[in-house]
Design a protein around this ligand. Structure first.
Ligand SMILES: Cc1ncc(COP(=O)(O)O)c(C=O)c1O
Length: 427
């Protein structure tokens, strides 16, 4: 492709945009293999597939969308979202602890967004100063870079895992603290994004003490640097498929129960996506759910996010907001959705358990992996590993620092083949 084409029409930032086709390129290779009659394995895509390769669909959601009245399909939603959906979004973010947190003085504001991506965009657009850096954990989801650079933001990272033995095996607290204190010296606003639980691309989930250590580190930094605004964004794209879906709310609840003083300059915000949890990837539905003890702050944030949405996508789609609100409005609806969600989660649990066991047996040093759609093999030459796997017709995705194994797409029966291909590739 000629990247200089259109240079006279595109502004300099637009000219830096090049297609990031790695995932699609590897998916295309899988499809070519299938077309040529090979018994190929698809570990490439990021959508949950049934064991027969078709898209897994939560039928309760599908039915609710189809039964929506015409006006709920055709009309605009209110600019910040349907009230019932905004209420639901708060509960989806905080789970059963929501009421207790509110009783402890926490205020919550929610804005409907165009998927989880829209929520990330709202945060990028509003919580950091242009030109500053946002703190990410290594092996972050690739599109973060685009959301941030589009808002003229740079990236600082800390390592995925601690180097030696640590009481927090799944988060590098020292690395986080080090980078955070560096940013506090040069910026008057610091935002951190962490995709937890069920991290894409590794499947990592923090433990309760790991979450508490992160919260304490951020709280301490906010207390010491009282003139620096701190925003901790929890990317909850896969949380409803995790063993502890509302672990962060548990951690917050515990901290507050223990008399934790919430610094004025600390905001915690959840980027919620219903794409996976409700299998409505294409209906572009999510929310940014922010919590803070000062109601004036949450009210102001609600306005700012609504205006930003208005200036970006106008209103988020109405029919999906309506349909999921209807489902969760009744105990029966909620239970029916959960039952389907549990069935889909079981697919992931079975595949992950089988992959861990097979990799153990074949001495494949798979990274720790707990929840969600993916598993990960850290490697300095991911392309070499992915190419070697492809010679066995196992198609995975080489990304920065390792190979992503799309458990969400791999049928249970093909998991042993994936472990064998990885073992061969490492030889
Ligand atoms: C880590 C992560 N965050 C956020 C999203 C946003 O999802 P969507 O915009 O489709 O709701 C995704 C989707 O793949 C993701 O993997």
């Amino acid at each position: 492709m000629d990247h200089d084409a259109g240079a006279g029409l595109l502004n300099p930032y637009a000219q830096t945009k090049v297609g990031s086709d790695t995932i699609f390129a590897w998916w295309a290779r899988y499809q070519e293999a299938i077309a040529s009659g090979a018994d190929a394995v698809n570990g490439t895509i990021g959508a949950l597939l049934e064991d027969d390769g078709t898209l897994a669909i939560n039928t309760v959601v599908d039915e609710a969308v189809r039964n929506a009245p015409a006006v709920e399909i055709a009309a605009y939603a209110p600019l910040t979202g349907l009230p019932a959906f905004l209420d639901l979004a708060k509960t989806l973010a905080l789970g059963q602890r929501r009421q207790e947190l509110e009783a402890m003085g926490i205020n919550i504001t929610a804005t409907a967004t165009a998927g989880g991506s829209g929520a990330l965009y709202l945060a990028a657009n509003n919580f950091s100063n242009r030109g500053d850096s946002v703190l990410l954990r290594d092996r972050y989801w690739g599109p973060y870079k685009g959301f941030l650079s589009g808002c003229d933001l740079k990236i600082k990272t800390y390592p995925l895992l601690p180097k030696g033995a640590s009481p927090y095996p799944y988060v590098d607290i020292d690395g986080l603290k080090h980078e955070l204190s560096g940013l506090c010296e040069t910026q008057d606003k610091v935002m951190m994004w962490i995709n937890d639980p069920a991290h894409n691309p590794t499947g990592l989930s923090l433990t309760p003490n790991g979450r508490m250590a992160v919260l304490e580190a951020v709280m301490e930094s906010a207390s010491v640097n009282e003139h620096v605004g701190h925003t901790l964004l929890l990317d909850a794209a896969y949380h409803l498929y995790a063993e502890e879906p509302h672990g962060w709310a548990e951690t917050l609840h515990e901290a507050m129960k223990n008399g934790w003083p919430w610094p004025e300059n600390l905001l915690i915000t959840f980027a919620l996506s219903l794409s996976k949890s409700h299998t409505i990837y294409g209906l572009r539905t999510g929310a940014l759910v922010s919590i803070h003890p000062d109601p004036a702050v949450t009210e102001r944030l609600g306005t700012v996010m609504g205006v930003t949405g208005r200036q970006t996508w106008s209103a988020a789609p109405r029919v999906s907001q309506y349909a999921v609100s209807e489902i969760h409005a009744s105990d029966e609806g909620g239970a029916a959705w959960s039952e389907e969600r549990d069935r889909l989660q079981d697919l992931l649990v079975e595949r992950r358990t089988a992959l861990i066991a097979a990799c153990d047996e074949l001495k494949v040093p798979l990274n720790p992996t707990h929840d969600g759609f993916f598993a990960w093999l850290e490697h300095e030459d991911p392309n070499k590993i992915a190419e070697a796997c492809a010679t066995h017709h196992v198609y995975l995705v080489p990304l920065t620092g390792g190979v992503r194994i799309g458990l969400c797409a791999i049928p249970l029966a093909q998991i042993p083949k994936v472990a064998e291909a990885l073992a061969e590739a490492l030889r």
